[in-house]
Design a binder for this molecule. Structure first.
Ligand code: NAP
Length: 325
């Protein structure tokens, strides 16, 4: 029942169920968690699911806001790939992975708050994900069901920010080189950005609500959230929010005061629901270039799709699907 039970309704044809319940209208249900017939048919492609269908999903809490099922299911269908991608509301990732341990569950994306715990749960972890301390993509090996964790967040975010900066700075190599890169948040996404920005030669400063969590990070200067509003300006500064502040439904929240934003050449927000957060709106009003979390989302999804399916990512299709949001 409810959000946790949704997968048993969607995956019914894979595991031999005779029928499932779908509602005619969203919200008009006879029991909690029933999907609409429209979603069963058009989003999860229910009629194509069968015993050989590989299951993928996004592990998170909360997770219902994620657009990943829309993106991957559309791409699977267009490539003729026998897979389905679902939301997985998970409290404890270790016990989830122990329970869903068969090769039917072929891969997972991992989001808030499980990316760091995921590192310890994998049988093997990519060295970059290990240095970041966060896994956002888990692949199960079909031969022995062992799981491999990697991080696609940093490539997605850093390439979107570099694309944004190329319109502002003309310099050889990465436009991030020698820039001051200020990151709010020290969770999975924050660490991924810190790693990527340092790789590109930026100087990194991180601000976090829980100051102690910053002390575990090496190679970046740490400041408190309050310090952010009085940061000494310098040319070409970049700001990245990697907390969930400003995410739906709390769209009125922002991690930094508007007056402090005028110091930044470019502002990036990892939050992508809504696409334009209060932070991005105020940054644009303050004259900064903005890069949305949607651009990071699309970039990190390219690599996950290729790892999940072994097929090239349909980049144009991804952009088209996400342009509706
Ligand atoms: N666009 C994309 O493709 C993409 C990819 C990854 C993540 N994201 C987004 O990035 C955000 C973070 O994800 P994550 O996986 O890095 O999560 P995470 O590992 O759980 O880290 C969350 C971070 O946010 C901070 N935080 C949370 N609530 C806060 C609040 N009310 N005030 C101040 N700080 C707060 C936490 O600080 P403490 O250390 O004090 O707890 C921590 O630094 C989420 O909104 C997620 O949707 C987007």
């Amino acid at each position: 029942m409810g959000e946790r039970g949704l997968i048993s309704r969607i995956l019914c044809p894979k595991f031999g169920g005779y029928l499932t319940f779908g509602t005619l209208e969203s919200g008009v249900v006879s029991a909690p968690g029933q999907p609409t017939i429209k979603d069963l048919l058009n989003l999860y492609h229910f009629r194509q699911l069968g015993p050989d269908t590989k299951v993928f999903g996004i592990i998170g809490k909360p997770v219902g806001h994620s657009k990943s099922p829309i993106l991957y299911n559309e791409a699977f269908k267009s490539a003729g790939f026998n897979g389905v991608y679902v939301h997985l509301l998970v409290d404890d990732i270790a016990s989830f992975l122990q329970t869903y341990s068969s090769t039917d569950f072929a891969g997972f994306s991992c989001t808030i708050p499980h990316k760091e715990a995921a590192v310890k749960c994998c049988d093997e972890v990519d060295p970059v994900a290990k240095s970041i301390g966060a896994v956002n993509c888990i692949i199960r090996r079909p031969n022995d069901a062992k799981i491999f964790g990697c991080n696609t967040d940093y490539v997605g975010a850093i390439s979107a920010i570099e694309d944004g900066l190329r319109g502002i700075f003309i310099q050889p190599g990465s436009p991030l080189a020698n820039k001051l890169f200020v990151i709010i948040g020290a969770g999975g996404a924050g660490k991924a950005l810190a790693y990527g920005a340092k790789e590109k030669g930026a100087r990194v400063v991180i601000a976090n609500r829980t100051y102690e969590n910053l002390l575990k990070l090496v190679g970046a200067d740490a400041i408190t959230l309050a310090d952010l509003n009085n940061f000494r300006p310098e040319d070409g500064m970049i700001l990245a929010n990697t907390t969930s502040i400003g995410m739906q439904p709390k769209v009125d929240e922002t991690p930094i005061s508007k007056h402090a934003l005028s110091s930044y050449a470019l502002v990036f927000d990892a939050v992508y629901t809504p696409k334009i957060t209060r932070l991005l709106r105020e940054a644009e009003e303050s004259g900064a270039k903005i890069v949305t979390g949607l651009e990071m989302f699309i970039g990190q999804a390219f690599e996950q799709y290729e790892r999940f399916t072994g097929l090239p990512a349909p980049k144009e299709l991804f952009r088209k699907v996400m342009s509706k949001y």
